[in-house]
Design a protein around this ligand. Sequence first.
Ligand code: NAP
Length: 246
Amino acid sequence: MQMLQPVGGDLAADDLEAAYAYPLERTWLRLNFVATLDGAVVDAHGHPEGLSSASDQEVFALLRGLSDVVLVGAGTARAEQYAPVRPTEVDQDMRARLGLAPLPPIAVVSTSLDVPESLLDAGDDRARTLVFTADSAPGGRRAEVADRAEVLVCGDRSVDLVAVRETLGARGLRRVVAEGGPHLTQALFSAGVLDEFCLTMSPMVIGGAGSRLVAGAALDGPVRMRLGHVLVAGDELLMRYVREGA
Ligand SMILES: NC(=O)c1ccc[n+]([C@@H]2O[C@H](COP(=O)([O-])OP(=O)(O)OC[C@H]3O[C@@H](n4cnc5c(N)ncnc54)[C@H](OP(=O)(O)O)[C@@H]3O)[C@@H](O)[C@H]2O)c1
């Protein structure tokens, strides 16, 4: 056992970038979340913003900036009115240096194809949204969404997340950051496709019956994670865990 103590001084931007560098040998799926000390993922108003701080937002933006694609569940996309990433949201110079496209597209996972309007019809300055769905999706809605975003069918009755990961990799979108929510996270763990879990521990307790980080059915067994790093920002911890064996 060791006691971690803040060493003082701010981490340089380069060091922060290096701390979250993606392995480049293969597709790598990172998950990023913020939660309170008592495990809540939304505040009293039902949104994560109240849990987030400037440091968490800095890392959130960095993780988007380092990614080829941002993967999100339709529940979160609807609740948070997700929109295609704006050019001002990411560090363009860093992306060019790392051989990334100017902007990461949002890839939303939805069987119902109830995708928010805000994600459709990306303008010329934004990346076109990818919509991962299943064969069971309503046909009429599929044609409608396909006019306004790129629809990719992975799975028969529900979205097959192993196939989603393979499809992203085959398109060269190998640096993946998933932004939840809890149901998609359960499915990603269940499918065994997550490599990394970045968690900001927000120094507050809010109680209530809100969702945990991972919602839905219990996993078949515990997924063991190894500690990558812990950053300290005031009273907040930003942790990076890597799946054992990843
Ligand atoms: N604290 C944080 O960092 C954080 C991060 C993310 C989200 N959140 C919060 O979490 C809440 C939303 O989370 P959520 O759990 O309700 O929704 P979610 O996990 O974002 O999305 C679930 C939806 O994803 C779609 N889906 C398609 N295939 C799936 C599959 N194989 N497995 C799982 N989902 C699949 C389904 O959409 P269809 O119904 O369209 O088929 C399903 O309803 C929001 O309140 C959001 O603010 C917090």
